[in-house]
Design a protein. Structure first.
Length: 330
C-alpha cells in the first residue's frame, strides 16, 4: 500500500462488499482502508491516519475523533448522525456530512406498509392461515379502514412530507405537529396542523414520528407520553430507535394502552435476543431496513464516497451538519 496516496477509511458497512466505493475512489487516486472494528481502541487506530472517514453505525465518539490526525471530513452512510459526536468533531474543525435525500420514498413506503399491515392485521391473518385455520383470528373491531382513522405525523421534513402525501390518498384524517414549520405550510400540504404534541397524541389512532434523534426527542415516547395517547392507538417507528423508551413501550403494549406497534428501529440495535417485544403478537418488526432499495443503496454509497473524495481533494462539501466549513488544502 502506497503511503503517498490519500486514504479514505470505512469503519463499518452492511453491504455485500465495497466495490462501489472502491471503484469510485480508486479512479480518483484515493485508497480505501476498511475494517469492521468492534472496539473503540480498534476504531481509533483505524482512523488515525485517515484523510476522510466514512461510517455507518460505528460509534465515532470524542475519543475516536481525538485520534484523527488529519481527517478532513467524517461522512455518515445515512441521514441521521447520532452515532457521531458532532461537538467533538466541531472542536477539531472536522466537518461531519450526511446523505439527507437518498431514501425518502423507501422510508415513506415502509411507513405506509406498516400502517396498512397493522390496521388490516396482515401478519395475524397470515399466521392464522398457516396454522390451518380459516376465518378471522381477531375480533372484527381489529380490522380497521384507514379512511375512518386519524393518523398523527410528527415532523414535516423530507420523509414526513412524503408520508403525508401517501396518507392523504387513503382519505384518512392527517394531523401534523412540527413547531419549526408554519401552520400555513402544513395546511397547504393537506394535513391539519396541531399546536402541541399532546393534542396530536390525544386524537390520533396511529402515531408515526419522523424526526431526528436529538437531546429533545430522545425517549419522547415514554410512560408519560403513552398515557396521553388515545387508548388502543398504534405506534409506527421507522425513524430512530431512541425516540422510544423500549421498556415503556413494552408496558404500554402489555397493558393494552397501545393495541399494536410496527418498528423498523430499536434501542439498542440489534434488538436483544431476550427482548419481550420479539414475542408480542401485536408487534410487527423489521431490522432497520426501511431505507433499502437497489436505487437508494446505490445513491447512498456513491454520494458518501463522492463527499469523501471532495474532502480529500480540498473541495467544498455538501450536507455539513455540525457547522464546520470545508477544510481547504493547505
Amino acid at each position: 500500500m502506497s503511503a503517498t496516496k490519500p486514504r479514505v477509511v470505512i469503519t463499518d458497512w452492511n453491504f455485500k462488499d465495497l466495490s462501489t466505493e472502491d471503484d469510485l475512489l480508486k479512479s480518483k487516486g484515493i485508497e480505501i482502508v476498511s475494517e469492521r472494528c468492534k472496539t473503540e481502541t480498534e476504531l481509533a487506530a483505524l482512523v488515525s491516519d485517515a484523510d476522510a472517514v466514512i461510517t455507518q453505525f460505528a460509534k465515532i465518539n470524542a475519543s475516536v475523533i481525538g485520534a484523527m490526525k488529519k481527517a478532513r471530513a467524517i461522512v455518515r452512510y445515512g441521514i441521521g448522525v447520532d452515532n457521531v459526536d458532532l461537538e467533538a468533531a466541531q472542536s477539531r474543525n472536522i466537518p461531519v456530512c450526511n446523505v439527507p435525500d437518498y431514501c425518502m420514498d423507501e422510508v415513506a413506503d415502509q411507513t405506509l406498509a406498516f400502517v396498512l399491515a397493522t390496521t388490516r392485521q396482515v401478519v395475524p391473518n397470515t399466521l392464522h392461515l398457516r396454522d390451518g385455520k380459516w376465518g378471522l383470528p381477531l375480533p372484527v373491531t381489529a380490522m380497521q379502514s384507514l379512511k375512518n382513522l386519524t393518523v398523527g405525523v410528527i415532523g414535516f421534513g423530507r420523509i414526513g412530507r412524503e408520508v403525508v402525501h401517501r396518507l392523504l390518498a387513503f382519505k384518512c384524517r392527517v394531523l401534523l405537529f412540527d413547531p419549526a414549520v408554519p401552520a400555513t405550510v402544513i395546511a397547504q400540504a393537506g394535513a391539519e396542523p396541531v399546536a402541541s404534541l399532546e393534542l396530536l397524541l390525544a386524537q390520533s389512532d396511529i402515531v408515526t414520528p419522523h424526526c431526528p434523534s436529538t437531546p429533545k426527542t430522545r425517549h419522547m415516547f415514554n410512560t408519560e407520553t403513552f398515557a396521553r395517547m388515545k387508548p388502543g392507538a398504534i405506534l409506527i417507528n421507522v425513524g430512530r430507535g431512541d425516540l422510544v423508551d423500549s421498556d415503556a413501550l413494552v408496558s404500554a403494549l402489555q397493558s393494552g394502552r397501545l393495541s399494536g406497534a410496527a418498528l423498523d428501529v430499536f434501542d439498542p440495535e440489534p434488538i436483544p435476543a431476550n427482548s419481550s417485544i420479539l414475542k408480542m403478537p401485536n408487534v410487527i418488526l423489521a431490522a432497520h431496513i426501511a431505507s433499502v432499495s437497489p436505487t437508494a443503496v446505490k445513491r447512498l454509497r456513491e454520494t458518501a464516497a463522492n463527499i469523501a473524495a471532495l474532502a480529500v481533494q480540498g473541495q467544498p462539501l455538501p450536507n455539513i451538519v455540525n457547522g464546520v466549513k470545508s477544510r481547504g488544502l493547505s
